[in-house]
Design a protein around this ligand. Sequence first.
Ligand SMILES: [Fe+2]
Length: 197
Amino acid sequence: MAKPILEATAILKRAAPLTHQTAHEIQPFGHLIRMPLELSDQTCKDSVENLNQLLADTMTLRDLYRKHHWQVAGPTFYQLHLLFDKHYDEQNELVDKVAERIQLLGGVSIAMAPDVAETTLIPRPPKGREEAPVQISRLLHAHEIVLKEARTMARRAAERGDDVTNDLIVSDVIRRNEFQVWFVAEHVVAMPPLQAE
Ligand SMILES: [Fe+2]
């Protein structure tokens, strides 16, 4: 039996990708899905809210490192250029860990730049370039903001029984941020470069 002959336009239509599709969101921001974790709804809600703040601030700190990696100038250009890049990568790993913990708890993680900008507590830097000591001061201030909130959030998570959120914040976020503070802060210690005083 002869196969039915399809019109060329009908064949092409079937093979074309279905673009420009729209639909309702599957989960609005701020609303949690119940996950079978043996954690109370309130515990998950509190952890998600805190982690989203920590996420917005970690994304901002990460991007501050990238900005300064590109824009740094002066005699310490090479070492700061490399150091800022390393810290950017490490902050980027933290961003993914925090965001995925939010999803695991049934929440929705902040993702896009405008949402990050309206949520973060870290002051917006100028678009232009700044001297390295000013860049470093901005980075250290941003680390202080992250560390302050992270310590409080870790304690609250432990009190609520959300031990893994506590562990994520202590073992990953706080530990990494403290280490980065050390490496950055030592660059603004006024040591004589050649001759001891
Ligand atoms: Fe680069």
